[in-house]
Design a protein around this ligand. Structure first.
Ligand code: HEM
Length: 534
């Protein structure tokens, strides 16, 4: 017995030595200098079996709202706390850049706003943001209506054809329809180019989808082999990517040349007051080219347009996809939305005024963005050593991080945090209804009403970074109002005409992510003409 005890002790001792050595090694390999925060050990299978943001949620519940995720030699800090998110995105924003994201997107977007270095970003943001002014957005509302009308009449024609064959419903992939619609809208809004993808296919359209596909591949493939120059010739998909990029670039170069040849240099204030109801070309490109005193080279303009094309296309299509996915599982909420649409919109187009009255439809869009944020993670890298503030969850002291720390701000975790939301996983657009608080001040329930600022849609300012569908701080989305109005109008016009059901069970709709959360094989739905229009 004695003998055996001493053997056990030896075993324990040697195991401790081994454990310590292995901990030291793991710490060293996994960016051990990142402060003393809880560590989640990721397995490689976590990267492939299911979307990463699902695992990040489980670890958030297990380890808290700031933890270190170690994947072998690589470590990320995962943030799911509003105070820490606000600090990184707003309060100390310029101590962080886009890190891994810029590495992935730079070959596609060049020096466009999303991956741009700080100097370029400052110059271009100052010029691009004023382009989304009130009269431009009003003109866009008309264009959103026209494009949505085109999609709706395509579906009506398909239904009529079905009726002739004795059927009363059509089955189709609504995600693909939304993707086409969003592409047509972004093309017209940003550079006055009609892709016409709702009704046809073209080499440019195929090239846009090819490029998006590659961007997604790069954001989910963890070894950046494409940086190795021979890969660009040796790997067929990289050759195709280069070809796709050239097709789009040639198209954009042609549009830029055309815009520059017809340039009418004008002060920015005057540009913002042009009579948009009579403008043939209301696009952002026109605004950027005509702006007095800004002589921008073609390459930068092309990067700007490409960035907005990619940033504004898939994101909006995804919001519409998930809004329909959620509504189809809640027919009562679909009916409530339809009743609102019938009351507010007669058969004519949706105007800015009617959009303001479509409160419930707007909140459906916001709630869909809460449950399926696009993108689900915001990516940053610290440019210098920093100390993250303590968060809400008793994590008072904060954490030191060295320069070069890669950070994922999990918007998905924030939006589904059990610490901030009642029934966080339930689809309840009503949670955002404007209500009066005890002092009679109107605001979104649960948030500080004084922050409501009369906005049409809840945002990160109202919610103090618990709800940040468009990020926050200086790198916040420039196209948020464009996107919100576009998706509200498209959804309202679809629901005005059709009842929508999922073709299979909700569980059969598998999720995948690259930059956005989308379905693996499409959102197949059954569409019927509405019979009970009020
Ligand atoms: C940035 C979301 C539509 C242009 C962002 C960011 C988010 C976002 C979260 C911040 C990224 C970060 O901090 O790392 C969305 C969603 C959209 C949408 C959910 C649709 C529902 C659009 C549209 C446009 C656009 C329609 C253009 C017309 C941009 C640009 C940036 C950006 C240029 C970079 C801003 C900068 O760094 O200064 N978007 N976006 N987005 N978005 Fe959007």
């Amino acid at each position: 017995r004695c003998q055996s005890t001493s053997t056990d002790e030896k075993k324990i001792k040697s195991r401790n030595v081994l454990d310590n050595a292995s901990n030291l090694l793991t710490n060293f390999l996994s960016g051990g200098s990142i402060g003393s925060m809880p560590v989640a050990e990721g397995a490689v299978s976590d990267l492939f079996g299911k979307p990463l943001f699902f695992s990040l949620y489980d670890w958030f519940i297990e380890h808290g709202s700031v933890y270190k995720l170690a994947f072998g030699p690589k470590a990320f800090v995962v943030v799911s706390d509003p105070i820490v998110a606000r600090y990184i995105l707003r309060e100390n924003a310029f101590s962080y850049d886009k890190g891994v994201l810029a590495d992935i997107l730079e070959p596609i977007m060049g020096k466009g706003l999303i991956p741009a270095d700080l100097d370029t970003w400052k110059q271009r943001r100052r010029v691009i943001a004023p382009g989304f002014h009130t009269l431009y957005l009003e003109a866009m509302v008309r264009m959103f209506g026209n494009c949505s009308e085109r999609s709706v009449s395509k579906l009506e024609k398909l239904l009529e054809a079905k009726h002739l064959q004795g059927g009363h419903e059509i089955e189709l992939d609504l995600e693909a329809e939304f993707s086409n619609l969003a592409l047509d809208i972004i093309g017209l809004g940003v550079f006055n180019y009609d892709f016409g993808s709702v009704t046809k296919e073209s080499p440019v359209i195929k090239a846009v989808y090819g490029t998006l596909f590659e961007a997604e591949h790069r954001s989910t493939f963890y070894i950046p082999y494409w940086k190795f120059p021979p890969a660009r010739w040796l790997v067929p998909r990289q050759r195709k990517f280069a070809k796709d990029l050239k097709i789009i670039n040639d198209c954009l170069d042609g549009l830029i040349k055309n815009a520059k040849e017809t340039r009418e240099e004008t002060d920015v204030e005057k540009l913002q007051q042009r009579d948009y109801s009579n403008l043939k070309d209301a696009s952002l490109l026109r605004f950027l080219v005509d702006m007095r005193g800004v002589d921008v080279d073609d390459r930068q303009l092309r990067d700007d347009l490409m960035t907005m094309l990619i940033a504004g296309h898939e994101t909006t299509a995804a919001v519409l996809t998930w809004a329909v996915f959620l509504l189809a599982q809640h027919p009562d909420k679909m009916k409530k939305a339809q009743a609102e649409i019938d009351a507010v919109v007669s058969q004519g187009a949706i105007t800015l005024d009617s959009l303001k009255k479509l409160e419930y439809v707007r909140l459906i869009i916001s709630e869909s963005l809460r449950l399926y944020p696009q993108p689900p993670l915001l990516i940053r890298r610290s440019l210098k050593p920093d100390t993250l503030p303590g968060g809400y969850n008793g994590d008072k002291d904060g954490h030191k991080i060295p320069a070069g720390t890669d950070i994922f701000i999990s918007v998905y975790n924030l939006h589904r945090s059990p610490y901030f939301w009642d029934n966080p996983n339930e689809f309840e657009p009503e949670r955002f209804l404007v209500q009066k608080d005890n002092n009679g001040i109107e605001g979104w329930a649960g948030f500080d009403p004084s922050r409501s600022l009369g906005a049409l849609y809840p945002n990160e300012v109202v919610s103090d970074f618990a709800f940040l569908p468009f990020g926050g701080g200086p790198r916040r989305c420039v196209g948020d109002q464009f996107a919100l109005m576009e998706s509200t109008i498209a959804l309202a016009m679809l629901l005005q005409k059709f009842d929508v059901e999922l073709k299979g069970s909700p569980d059969s709709v598998e999720l995948v992510t690259g930059a956005t959360i989308h379905t693996k094989n499409g959102l197949f739905c059954k569409l019927k003409k509405r019979s009970n229009i009020h």
